[in-house]
Structure formats: structure tokens, C-alpha cells
Write a protein that binds this ligand. Structure first.
Ligand code: GSH
Length: 223
């Protein structure tokens, strides 16, 4: 029986190299939380995100989803930044937002530049549409939009970064940057023009929580 004081049970639906799932893993790992994990393969069998069973979990057909069993109630959440916000409220240790209203707004701004300004254009479903329906070059599409977005993020980071993206503590901005740079490297995007992003990414890579959250450390990681 669940009691109100029992430790909440966290269950993540995601994909090893999904950037949005990875953001949530970073927040979970930073906070020292453990989670159960159900991998959702975005390509096998036409994509497990489109199955009937997963449609009931997330009608947007996207990962991540976090289920939280807490105090006898189950909460099911989609949208990585909403999940990170929830985790910050429920588990305030190692906050993912900095002290200070201005710094908090900048961390959110950087997160949203990636979450709404870059990632939707690189999504699997978009790449498939560009390649299969528009008969266009999906890799060129991704390279164009991701480079353009990172250029803007770099210019903002020059004004906000300390050791990490906003000051000297890890924030939600870092949780968005690290998976995005992994994606950019995978698509052979030249990062030479983004030295601040590369430096922040390297600082995060040195932290154990980021190692635990890394795509390669997940049970569904492929070689
Ligand atoms: N804004 C959403 C984006 C979620 C999203 O786009 N997830 C991708 C993986 S990173 C996905 O599930 N894509 C499925 C598809 O493209 O079919 C979030 O932050 O959770």
C-alpha cells in the first residue's frame, strides 16, 4: 500500500538518444533520483510512439513521458520542460533554475530557444516528411535549421555563461544544450563557431549526473 510519505515511484518512457528524454534524465540524475524505464523505439515497426498502447499514454506520440506515483496518486506528464519544472517543485534539491529572477528567465529563454526554436525542426517525424513526402534532403534540412538555432544560442550564452550556461550552477539550459550538441555532432554540424556552447558542454560532461544521463549509458542504447 502506498503511504503519503513513501518515496515516489518514477517511471520514464523515452528513447536513449531522444534529446527531450535526455533533458529529463539530466534533471533526475542531478537530483539523485532513480527511475524505472520503458524504451519507446521511434523507428522500429513504424515507430512505437504510434502504437495504440502508447497513444493512450501520450496522444502527441512523443517521448518523454514521466509517470509519478506519489502519495497514492499517479500523475502522467509529457513535455520535457514541464517535467523538469515539476521535478524542481517536488524535489527541490539541486534546482534546475538559478537564483535570481533575471537569471531564471535567461535559463528558461535558452531552454525554450532549443525546445521550441530548434528541436521541433529536427524531429524524426519532420525528417521523415522532408525525405519521404517532399523528396528533399533531410540531412541538409536539419543542418540548416540546427546551425541557425545554435548560432543564436551561442550569442546569448556569451552574455550568460559562467562555468555552465547561466552562471556557475547547472540549470535547465544545460539540460537542453548537452543533448542538442550530441545531435548536432551526429549530423556533422560544424561547432567551431560555437565555442561557448562547446565549453559548457564539456563542463557538463565532467559531472557524474551527466554521465548517468548520457544516451550511451541507457539500456536501449545502440552501438
Ligand atoms: N517539446 C517536447 C518534444 C518531444 C519530442 O519531440 N520528442 C521526440 C523525441 S526527442 C519524439 O518523440 N519524436 C517522435 C517523432 O518524431 O515521431 C518535449 O520537450 O517533450
Amino acid at each position: 500500500m502506498t503511504t503519503p510519505n513513501a518515496r515516489p515511484h518514477l517511471h520514464l518512457y523515452g528513447t536513449w538518444r531522444s534529446s527531450a528524454t535526455w533533458r529529463v534524465r539530466i534533471a533526475l540524475a542531478q537530483k539523485g533520483l532513480d527511475w524505472a524505464y520503458t524504451p519507446i523505439h521511434l523507428k522500429n515497426g513504424g515507430g512505437q510512439q504510434f502504437t495504440e498502447a502508447y497513444d493512450r499514454i501520450n496522444p502527441m506520440h512523443q517521448v518523454p513521458v514521466l509517470e509519478v506515483e506519489d502519495g497514492g496518486e499517479t500523475l502522467r506528464l509529457a513535455q520535457s520542460l514541464v517535467i523538469v519544472d515539476y521535478l524542481d517543485e517536488r524535489f527541490p534539491q539541486k534546482p534546475m533554475l538559478p537564483q535570481g529572477r533575471g537569471a531564471r528567465a535567461k535559463a528558461r529563454q535558452i531552454a525554450e530557444m532549443i525546445n521550441s526554436g530548434i528541436q521541433p525542426l529536427q524531429n524524426t517525424i519532420v525528417q521523415n516528411y522532408v525525405r519521404d513526402t517532399l523528396k528533399a534532403d533531410d540531412a541538409a534540412w536539419v543542418q540548416h535549421w540546427v546551425s541557425r538555432g545554435l548560432e543564436a544560442v551561442e550569442r546569448v550564452l556569451v552574455t550568460t555563461a559562467g562555468t555552465y550556461a547561466v552562471g556557475d550552477d547547472v540549470t535547465v539550459a544545460d539540460a537542453c544544450i548537452v543533448p542538442e550538441l550530441y545531435f548536432a555532432r551526429r549530423f556533422n554540424i560544424d561547432l567551431a563557431a560555437f565555442p561557448t556552447l562547446v565549453r559548457v558542454d564539456a563542463a557538463c560532461a565532467a559531472l557524474p549526473a551527466f554521465e548517468k544521463a548520457h544516451a550511451r549509458a541507457q539500456l536501449d542504447a545502440e552501438p
